[in-house]
Design a binder for this molecule. Sequence first.
Ligand code: LFR
Length: 479
Amino acid sequence: MPSARPLHLAAIDLGATSGRVILGTWKNQRLELREVHRFPNAFQTLGAHDYWNIAGLWHEIQTGLAAAVAALPKGATLASVGVDTWGVDHALVNDAGRLVYPVHAYRDARTQPGLKRLANTRAALDRIYAATGIPNVFYNASLQLEETVASCPAVTDLATRCLFLPDYFNFLLSGRMANELTIASTSQLLDVHSNDWSRAALDHFRLPATWFSKPVLAGAKLGRVKNIPALAKTEVIAVPGHDTACAYDAMPASPDGTDLFLSSGTWSLVGFESDTPVLGAEALAARISNERIGDGRYRPLTNVIGLWLLEGTLKDFASRPKNDAEWAALITAAEKLPAPAGLLDVTDTALTNPKSMKAAIDAQLKKRKLAAPKNLAGYTRLICDSLGRGHADAKAAFEKMSGRAFKRILIVGGGSKNRLLCQATADACGVPVVSFALEGTAVGNLARQLIALKAVKDLPTFRALLGKRLTQTTYTPRA
Ligand code: LFR
Protein backbone atom coordinates (compact mmCIF):
# COMPACT_ATOMS: atom_id res chain seq x y z
CA MET A 1 0.00 0.00 0.00
CA PRO A 2 2.36 2.73 -1.21
CA SER A 3 1.45 5.99 0.50
CA ALA A 4 1.36 8.98 -1.79
CA ARG A 5 1.42 11.50 1.05
CA PRO A 6 4.59 11.55 3.09
CA LEU A 7 4.34 10.74 6.76
CA HIS A 8 6.59 12.63 9.17
CA LEU A 9 7.64 11.20 12.53
CA ALA A 10 10.19 12.04 15.22
CA ALA A 11 12.47 9.65 17.09
CA ILE A 12 13.86 10.82 20.40
CA ASP A 13 16.88 8.60 20.98
CA LEU A 14 18.81 9.12 24.19
CA GLY A 15 22.12 7.39 24.83
CA ALA A 16 24.27 7.61 27.92
CA THR A 17 26.87 9.74 26.14
CA SER A 18 24.80 11.50 23.47
CA GLY A 19 21.22 12.10 22.46
CA ARG A 20 19.54 12.94 19.20
CA VAL A 21 16.22 13.82 17.68
CA ILE A 22 15.72 12.41 14.21
CA LEU A 23 13.02 13.43 11.81
CA GLY A 24 11.90 10.46 9.74
CA THR A 25 9.93 10.87 6.54
CA TRP A 26 8.16 7.86 5.03
CA LYS A 27 7.38 8.23 1.38
CA ASN A 28 7.00 5.64 -1.36
CA GLN A 29 7.97 2.82 1.01
CA ARG A 30 11.19 4.54 1.86
CA LEU A 31 12.43 6.06 5.12
CA GLU A 32 14.48 9.22 4.95
CA LEU A 33 16.28 10.38 8.05
CA ARG A 34 17.31 13.85 9.05
CA GLU A 35 19.15 14.45 12.29
CA VAL A 36 17.65 17.71 13.51
CA HIS A 37 19.30 17.85 16.93
CA ARG A 38 22.26 16.15 18.59
CA PHE A 39 23.64 16.89 22.03
CA PRO A 40 26.14 15.41 24.46
CA ASN A 41 24.87 13.58 27.54
CA ALA A 42 26.74 12.71 30.71
CA PHE A 43 25.88 11.92 34.29
CA GLN A 44 26.97 14.37 36.95
CA THR A 45 28.59 13.61 40.25
CA LEU A 46 27.25 15.22 43.39
CA GLY A 47 28.95 14.17 46.61
CA ALA A 48 29.40 10.43 46.43
CA HIS A 49 26.73 9.78 43.80
CA ASP A 50 26.05 10.02 40.09
CA TYR A 51 22.88 11.57 38.67
CA TRP A 52 21.30 12.34 35.31
CA ASN A 53 20.34 15.89 34.50
CA ILE A 54 16.72 15.07 33.73
CA ALA A 55 15.55 18.67 33.33
CA GLY A 56 18.46 19.22 30.91
CA LEU A 57 17.46 16.18 28.86
CA TRP A 58 13.83 17.34 28.73
CA HIS A 59 15.06 20.75 27.54
CA GLU A 60 17.07 19.05 24.74
CA ILE A 61 14.03 16.96 23.78
CA GLN A 62 11.91 20.09 23.44
CA THR A 63 14.64 21.84 21.44
CA GLY A 64 14.87 18.80 19.17
CA LEU A 65 11.13 18.60 18.64
CA ALA A 66 11.00 22.30 17.78
CA ALA A 67 13.79 21.70 15.25
CA ALA A 68 11.84 18.76 13.80
CA VAL A 69 8.75 20.94 13.36
CA ALA A 70 10.86 23.70 11.80
CA ALA A 71 12.28 21.18 9.31
CA LEU A 72 8.85 20.02 8.09
CA PRO A 73 7.64 21.08 4.67
CA LYS A 74 5.13 23.92 4.80
CA GLY A 75 1.74 22.81 6.08
CA ALA A 76 2.94 19.38 7.19
CA THR A 77 2.55 18.07 10.73
CA LEU A 78 4.37 15.49 12.79
CA ALA A 79 2.18 12.38 12.90
CA SER A 80 3.87 10.79 15.89
CA VAL A 81 6.82 10.73 18.26
CA GLY A 82 8.55 7.90 20.11
CA VAL A 83 11.20 7.81 22.84
CA ASP A 84 13.96 5.27 23.45
CA THR A 85 16.77 5.50 26.00
CA TRP A 86 19.49 3.38 27.57
CA GLY A 87 18.23 0.70 29.94
CA VAL A 88 17.58 0.32 33.66
CA ASP A 89 17.41 3.95 34.87
CA HIS A 90 14.12 5.20 36.18
CA ALA A 91 12.14 7.97 37.87
CA LEU A 92 10.15 7.54 41.07
CA VAL A 93 7.08 9.78 40.94
CA ASN A 94 3.87 10.43 42.87
CA ASP A 95 0.35 10.33 41.42
CA ALA A 96 0.78 13.83 40.01
CA GLY A 97 3.94 12.73 38.22
CA ARG A 98 6.27 14.78 40.43
CA LEU A 99 9.74 13.38 40.95
CA VAL A 100 10.11 12.30 44.56
CA TYR A 101 13.67 10.98 44.35
CA PRO A 102 16.65 12.08 42.26
CA VAL A 103 17.30 10.05 39.13
CA HIS A 104 20.54 8.17 39.70
CA ALA A 105 22.84 7.08 36.89
CA TYR A 106 23.46 3.36 36.54
CA ARG A 107 27.24 3.68 36.97
CA ASP A 108 26.79 4.98 40.53
CA ALA A 109 28.67 2.63 42.85
CA ARG A 110 25.71 2.42 45.27
CA THR A 111 24.73 -1.04 44.01
CA GLN A 112 28.09 -2.67 44.82
CA PRO A 113 27.07 -4.08 48.26
CA GLY A 114 23.80 -5.47 46.84
CA LEU A 115 25.64 -6.91 43.84
CA LYS A 116 28.08 -8.77 46.10
CA ARG A 117 25.31 -9.93 48.44
CA LEU A 118 23.36 -11.51 45.59
CA ALA A 119 26.51 -12.98 44.04
CA ASN A 120 27.29 -14.64 47.37
CA THR A 121 23.77 -16.02 47.85
CA ARG A 122 23.83 -18.70 45.21
CA ALA A 123 20.31 -20.03 45.79
CA ALA A 124 18.78 -16.56 45.58
CA LEU A 125 20.76 -15.74 42.46
CA ASP A 126 19.62 -18.95 40.75
CA ARG A 127 16.03 -18.19 41.75
CA ILE A 128 16.17 -14.61 40.45
CA TYR A 129 17.75 -15.74 37.17
CA ALA A 130 15.14 -18.48 36.73
CA ALA A 131 12.38 -15.93 37.44
CA THR A 132 13.65 -13.00 35.36
CA GLY A 133 16.27 -14.32 32.92
CA ILE A 134 18.53 -11.40 33.84
CA PRO A 135 21.96 -12.02 35.43
CA ASN A 136 23.44 -10.14 38.38
CA VAL A 137 24.91 -6.95 36.88
CA PHE A 138 25.87 -3.81 38.81
CA TYR A 139 23.48 -1.55 36.89
CA ASN A 140 20.27 -3.58 37.29
CA ALA A 141 17.26 -1.48 38.27
CA SER A 142 16.48 -4.18 40.84
CA LEU A 143 19.71 -3.46 42.74
CA GLN A 144 19.30 0.29 42.32
CA LEU A 145 15.75 0.27 43.66
CA GLU A 146 16.69 -2.07 46.49
CA GLU A 147 19.37 0.42 47.54
CA THR A 148 16.96 3.36 47.20
CA VAL A 149 14.36 1.76 49.49
CA ALA A 150 16.96 0.55 52.00
CA SER A 151 18.74 3.92 52.26
CA CYS A 152 15.57 6.04 52.15
CA PRO A 153 12.63 3.96 53.47
CA ALA A 154 10.27 6.96 53.38
CA VAL A 155 10.36 6.76 49.60
CA THR A 156 7.74 4.02 49.72
CA ASP A 157 5.33 6.58 51.22
CA LEU A 158 6.21 9.25 48.69
CA ALA A 159 6.43 7.39 45.39
CA THR A 160 3.44 5.72 43.81
CA ARG A 161 4.96 4.81 40.44
CA CYS A 162 8.28 3.73 39.00
CA LEU A 163 8.63 4.94 35.42
CA PHE A 164 11.69 3.91 33.42
CA LEU A 165 13.20 6.84 31.53
CA PRO A 166 11.34 6.32 28.24
CA ASP A 167 8.13 5.85 30.26
CA TYR A 168 8.84 9.07 32.14
CA PHE A 169 9.48 11.12 28.98
CA ASN A 170 6.37 9.56 27.41
CA PHE A 171 4.48 10.79 30.47
CA LEU A 172 5.92 14.31 30.15
CA LEU A 173 4.85 14.32 26.50
CA SER A 174 1.43 12.68 26.76
CA GLY A 175 0.36 12.93 30.40
CA ARG A 176 -0.10 9.15 30.52
CA MET A 177 1.89 6.86 32.82
CA ALA A 178 2.64 3.44 31.36
CA ASN A 179 5.43 0.90 31.71
CA GLU A 180 6.64 -0.44 28.35
CA LEU A 181 7.78 -4.05 28.01
CA THR A 182 11.31 -3.84 26.50
CA ILE A 183 12.57 -1.27 28.98
CA ALA A 184 10.87 -3.18 31.81
CA SER A 185 12.80 -6.26 30.69
CA THR A 186 16.12 -4.57 31.49
CA SER A 187 15.19 -4.22 35.18
CA GLN A 188 15.59 -7.79 36.48
CA LEU A 189 12.04 -7.43 37.80
CA LEU A 190 10.02 -8.76 34.87
CA ASP A 191 8.80 -12.36 34.76
CA VAL A 192 10.78 -14.10 32.01
CA HIS A 193 7.84 -16.38 31.18
CA SER A 194 5.10 -13.75 30.93
CA ASN A 195 4.69 -10.10 29.99
CA ASP A 196 4.15 -9.06 33.59
CA TRP A 197 6.27 -8.32 36.66
CA SER A 198 7.85 -11.08 38.71
CA ARG A 199 6.40 -11.29 42.21
CA ALA A 200 9.42 -13.34 43.30
CA ALA A 201 11.85 -10.63 42.16
CA LEU A 202 9.80 -7.73 43.58
CA ASP A 203 9.58 -9.53 46.94
CA HIS A 204 13.26 -10.42 46.94
CA PHE A 205 14.34 -6.80 46.39
CA ARG A 206 11.58 -5.58 48.76
CA LEU A 207 9.86 -3.36 46.23
CA PRO A 208 6.19 -2.30 46.27
CA ALA A 209 4.36 -4.08 43.45
CA THR A 210 2.07 -1.04 43.16
CA TRP A 211 4.95 0.97 41.67
CA PHE A 212 4.62 -1.00 38.42
CA SER A 213 1.72 -1.47 36.02
CA LYS A 214 1.38 -4.31 33.52
CA PRO A 215 3.71 -3.33 30.67
CA VAL A 216 2.25 -2.26 27.35
CA LEU A 217 3.65 -3.72 24.12
CA ALA A 218 5.47 -1.59 21.58
CA GLY A 219 3.05 0.26 19.36
CA ALA A 220 0.65 1.30 22.13
CA LYS A 221 -0.74 4.78 21.53
CA LEU A 222 -0.49 6.94 24.65
CA GLY A 223 -2.39 10.01 23.45
CA ARG A 224 -1.54 13.32 21.84
CA VAL A 225 1.32 15.56 22.89
CA LYS A 226 0.18 17.94 25.64
CA ASN A 227 1.51 21.41 26.30
CA ILE A 228 3.49 21.84 23.06
CA PRO A 229 1.06 23.69 20.75
CA ALA A 230 2.98 22.90 17.54
CA LEU A 231 2.55 19.19 18.33
CA ALA A 232 -1.09 19.25 19.41
CA LYS A 233 -1.96 16.71 16.67
CA THR A 234 1.07 14.48 17.26
CA GLU A 235 0.47 11.03 18.73
CA VAL A 236 2.88 9.73 21.40
CA ILE A 237 3.61 6.08 20.58
CA ALA A 238 5.26 3.71 23.04
CA VAL A 239 8.06 2.37 20.82
CA PRO A 240 10.45 -0.21 22.31
CA GLY A 241 11.69 2.06 25.08
CA HIS A 242 15.03 0.28 25.30
CA ASP A 243 17.51 1.64 22.76
CA THR A 244 19.01 -1.82 22.23
CA ALA A 245 15.58 -3.26 21.39
CA CYS A 246 15.20 -0.49 18.79
CA ALA A 247 18.67 -1.16 17.39
CA TYR A 248 17.87 -4.86 17.04
CA ASP A 249 14.57 -4.04 15.29
CA ALA A 250 16.53 -2.07 12.70
CA MET A 251 18.72 -5.04 11.70
CA PRO A 252 17.92 -6.13 8.14
CA ALA A 253 18.40 -9.70 9.30
CA SER A 254 17.98 -12.86 7.31
CA PRO A 255 14.67 -14.46 8.41
CA ASP A 256 16.38 -17.85 8.95
CA GLY A 257 17.91 -16.77 12.28
CA THR A 258 21.55 -17.23 11.23
CA ASP A 259 22.62 -13.63 11.89
CA LEU A 260 24.20 -12.53 15.15
CA PHE A 261 23.44 -8.90 16.08
CA LEU A 262 25.89 -6.34 17.39
CA SER A 263 24.62 -2.96 18.50
CA SER A 264 27.84 -1.07 18.99
CA GLY A 265 28.01 2.15 20.95
CA THR A 266 28.95 2.97 24.53
CA TRP A 267 28.17 -0.73 25.10
CA SER A 268 28.59 -3.63 22.68
CA LEU A 269 25.36 -5.62 22.78
CA VAL A 270 25.92 -9.00 21.15
CA GLY A 271 22.85 -11.20 20.77
CA PHE A 272 20.11 -12.69 18.64
CA GLU A 273 16.34 -13.05 18.43
CA SER A 274 14.57 -16.06 19.81
CA ASP A 275 11.06 -17.35 20.54
CA THR A 276 12.30 -18.79 23.83
CA PRO A 277 14.64 -17.52 26.54
CA VAL A 278 18.07 -19.04 27.15
CA LEU A 279 18.17 -20.03 30.83
CA GLY A 280 20.04 -22.33 33.20
CA ALA A 281 23.35 -22.41 35.04
CA GLU A 282 25.49 -22.13 31.92
CA ALA A 283 23.54 -19.13 30.64
CA LEU A 284 23.85 -17.42 34.02
CA ALA A 285 27.61 -18.06 34.06
CA ALA A 286 27.87 -16.54 30.56
CA ARG A 287 25.81 -13.56 31.80
CA ILE A 288 23.13 -13.94 29.17
CA SER A 289 20.38 -11.32 29.52
CA ASN A 290 17.02 -12.41 28.20
CA GLU A 291 15.74 -8.98 27.30
CA ARG A 292 12.55 -8.60 25.27
CA ILE A 293 11.57 -7.58 21.76
CA GLY A 294 8.71 -5.07 21.37
CA ASP A 295 6.24 -7.85 20.58
CA GLY A 296 7.17 -9.88 23.68
CA ARG A 297 9.69 -12.34 22.16
CA TYR A 298 13.28 -12.57 23.41
CA ARG A 299 16.66 -11.16 22.54
CA PRO A 300 19.23 -13.11 24.55
CA LEU A 301 22.31 -10.93 24.63
CA THR A 302 25.60 -10.31 26.36
CA ASN A 303 26.77 -6.89 27.28
CA VAL A 304 30.43 -6.38 26.36
CA ILE A 305 31.96 -3.19 27.80
CA GLY A 306 32.03 -1.48 24.38
CA LEU A 307 33.36 1.84 23.15
CA TRP A 308 33.01 3.23 26.68
CA LEU A 309 36.67 2.18 26.86
CA LEU A 310 37.62 4.47 24.00
CA GLU A 311 35.26 7.30 25.06
CA GLY A 312 36.91 7.22 28.50
CA THR A 313 40.47 6.99 27.17
CA LEU A 314 39.93 9.96 24.84
CA LYS A 315 39.25 12.15 27.87
CA ASP A 316 42.82 11.46 29.03
CA PHE A 317 44.36 12.88 25.84
CA ALA A 318 44.59 16.61 25.24
CA SER A 319 44.40 16.25 21.47
CA ARG A 320 41.54 14.03 20.37
CA PRO A 321 39.61 13.71 17.11
CA LYS A 322 36.96 16.37 16.68
CA ASN A 323 35.57 15.58 13.23
CA ASP A 324 35.22 12.75 10.72
CA ALA A 325 38.57 13.47 9.04
CA GLU A 326 40.44 13.38 12.35
CA TRP A 327 38.67 10.16 13.31
CA ALA A 328 39.66 8.60 10.00
CA ALA A 329 43.28 9.63 10.60
CA LEU A 330 43.26 8.07 14.08
CA ILE A 331 41.80 4.80 12.80
CA THR A 332 44.34 4.68 9.94
CA ALA A 333 47.23 5.25 12.37
CA ALA A 334 45.88 2.52 14.69
CA GLU A 335 45.51 0.07 11.78
CA LYS A 336 49.14 0.52 10.79
CA LEU A 337 50.43 -0.50 14.21
CA PRO A 338 51.48 -4.09 14.87
CA ALA A 339 48.92 -6.24 16.71
CA PRO A 340 49.16 -5.72 20.51
CA ALA A 341 51.25 -8.31 22.40
CA GLY A 342 48.29 -9.05 24.67
CA LEU A 343 44.62 -8.00 24.76
CA LEU A 344 42.67 -6.36 27.57
CA ASP A 345 40.46 -8.42 29.80
CA VAL A 346 37.28 -6.53 28.94
CA THR A 347 35.36 -8.14 31.82
CA ASP A 348 37.61 -6.42 34.41
CA THR A 349 35.25 -4.49 36.73
CA ALA A 350 37.98 -1.86 37.29
CA LEU A 351 37.03 -0.55 33.81
CA THR A 352 33.37 0.07 34.74
CA ASN A 353 33.61 3.65 36.00
CA PRO A 354 37.24 4.60 36.70
CA LYS A 355 38.36 8.18 37.39
CA SER A 356 40.83 7.79 34.52
CA MET A 357 40.22 5.07 31.91
CA LYS A 358 43.79 5.29 30.64
CA ALA A 359 45.16 4.76 34.16
CA ALA A 360 42.78 1.80 34.69
CA ILE A 361 43.91 0.21 31.41
CA ASP A 362 47.58 0.82 32.25
CA ALA A 363 47.09 -0.73 35.70
CA GLN A 364 45.55 -3.88 34.20
CA LEU A 365 48.35 -4.19 31.65
CA LYS A 366 51.00 -3.66 34.34
CA LYS A 367 49.51 -6.42 36.50
CA ARG A 368 49.77 -8.73 33.52
CA LYS A 369 53.32 -7.53 32.72
CA LEU A 370 52.27 -6.01 29.40
CA ALA A 371 53.57 -2.66 28.13
CA ALA A 372 51.16 0.27 27.94
CA PRO A 373 50.52 1.69 24.44
CA LYS A 374 52.64 4.70 23.52
CA ASN A 375 49.95 6.99 22.14
CA LEU A 376 46.23 7.38 21.43
CA ALA A 377 46.51 5.29 18.24
CA GLY A 378 48.02 2.50 20.34
CA TYR A 379 45.13 2.60 22.84
CA THR A 380 42.60 2.71 20.01
CA ARG A 381 44.16 -0.38 18.45
CA LEU A 382 44.29 -2.23 21.78
CA ILE A 383 40.67 -1.37 22.62
CA CYS A 384 39.24 -2.34 19.21
CA ASP A 385 41.17 -5.63 19.11
CA SER A 386 40.13 -6.44 22.68
CA LEU A 387 36.47 -5.71 21.93
CA GLY A 388 36.71 -7.96 18.86
CA ARG A 389 37.85 -10.77 21.15
CA GLY A 390 35.01 -9.98 23.61
CA HIS A 391 32.50 -10.20 20.75
CA ALA A 392 33.96 -13.55 19.67
CA ASP A 393 33.69 -14.95 23.21
CA ALA A 394 30.03 -13.94 23.31
CA LYS A 395 29.41 -15.56 19.91
CA ALA A 396 31.03 -18.82 21.04
CA ALA A 397 28.89 -18.91 24.21
CA PHE A 398 25.68 -18.31 22.24
CA GLU A 399 26.48 -20.99 19.67
CA LYS A 400 27.20 -23.50 22.40
CA MET A 401 24.00 -22.77 24.29
CA SER A 402 21.53 -22.21 21.47
CA GLY A 403 22.84 -24.89 19.12
CA ARG A 404 22.82 -22.32 16.32
CA ALA A 405 25.71 -21.48 14.00
CA PHE A 406 25.85 -17.80 13.15
CA LYS A 407 26.93 -17.12 9.58
CA ARG A 408 27.25 -13.33 9.75
CA ILE A 409 27.42 -10.55 12.30
CA LEU A 410 25.27 -7.54 11.55
CA ILE A 411 26.52 -4.34 13.16
CA VAL A 412 24.71 -1.02 13.65
CA GLY A 413 25.37 2.01 15.88
CA GLY A 414 28.32 4.36 16.26
CA GLY A 415 30.85 1.49 16.19
CA SER A 416 29.58 0.29 12.80
CA LYS A 417 31.47 3.24 11.28
CA ASN A 418 34.72 2.16 12.94
CA ARG A 419 36.62 0.07 10.36
CA LEU A 420 39.14 -1.14 12.88
CA LEU A 421 36.47 -2.46 15.24
CA CYS A 422 34.50 -4.13 12.42
CA GLN A 423 37.63 -5.84 11.05
CA ALA A 424 38.86 -6.89 14.50
CA THR A 425 35.43 -8.42 15.16
CA ALA A 426 35.43 -10.29 11.83
CA ASP A 427 38.95 -11.60 12.48
CA ALA A 428 38.21 -12.76 16.03
CA CYS A 429 34.79 -14.25 15.19
CA GLY A 430 35.79 -15.92 11.94
CA VAL A 431 32.64 -14.81 10.08
CA PRO A 432 31.93 -11.74 7.94
CA VAL A 433 30.82 -8.58 9.71
CA VAL A 434 28.23 -6.62 7.76
CA SER A 435 28.13 -2.94 8.69
CA PHE A 436 25.15 -0.79 7.85
CA ALA A 437 26.64 2.46 9.20
CA LEU A 438 23.16 3.07 10.57
CA GLU A 439 21.77 4.87 13.61
CA GLY A 440 19.95 1.65 14.36
CA THR A 441 18.29 2.89 17.53
CA ALA A 442 16.53 5.78 15.81
CA VAL A 443 15.56 3.63 12.80
CA GLY A 444 14.02 0.92 15.02
CA ASN A 445 12.16 3.61 16.96
CA LEU A 446 10.72 5.02 13.69
CA ALA A 447 9.91 1.53 12.37
CA ARG A 448 7.67 0.80 15.36
CA GLN A 449 5.86 4.10 14.86
CA LEU A 450 5.25 3.29 11.19
CA ILE A 451 3.82 -0.09 12.15
CA ALA A 452 1.59 1.45 14.84
CA LEU A 453 0.33 4.00 12.29
CA LYS A 454 -0.36 1.10 9.88
CA ALA A 455 1.93 2.59 7.23
CA VAL A 456 3.99 -0.64 7.31
CA LYS A 457 2.50 -4.09 7.93
CA ASP A 458 5.04 -5.54 10.31
CA LEU A 459 8.72 -5.69 11.24
CA PRO A 460 9.79 -8.32 8.65
CA THR A 461 8.22 -6.11 5.96
CA PHE A 462 10.07 -3.06 7.29
CA ARG A 463 13.37 -4.94 7.42
CA ALA A 464 12.99 -6.19 3.87
CA LEU A 465 12.25 -2.68 2.60
CA LEU A 466 15.11 -1.18 4.61
CA GLY A 467 17.61 -3.85 3.58
CA LYS A 468 16.99 -3.16 -0.10
CA ARG A 469 18.01 0.48 0.29
CA LEU A 470 20.94 0.27 2.65
CA THR A 471 24.54 0.47 1.62
CA GLN A 472 26.47 -2.19 3.42
CA THR A 473 30.15 -2.83 3.93
CA THR A 474 31.32 -6.39 4.50
CA TYR A 475 34.46 -7.10 6.51
CA THR A 476 35.77 -10.56 5.66
CA PRO A 477 37.84 -12.36 8.30
CA ARG A 478 41.56 -12.38 7.54
CA ALA A 479 43.33 -15.66 8.02
C1 LFR B 1 22.86 0.56 25.75
C2 LFR B 1 22.18 0.04 26.99
C3 LFR B 1 22.38 -1.42 27.19
C4 LFR B 1 22.20 -1.51 28.67
C5 LFR B 1 22.99 -0.34 29.12
C6 LFR B 1 22.65 0.16 30.48
O1 LFR B 1 22.67 1.93 25.60
O2 LFR B 1 20.79 0.31 26.95
O3 LFR B 1 21.51 -2.26 26.48
O4 LFR B 1 22.61 -2.71 29.19
O5 LFR B 1 22.72 0.65 28.14
O6 LFR B 1 21.34 0.56 30.55
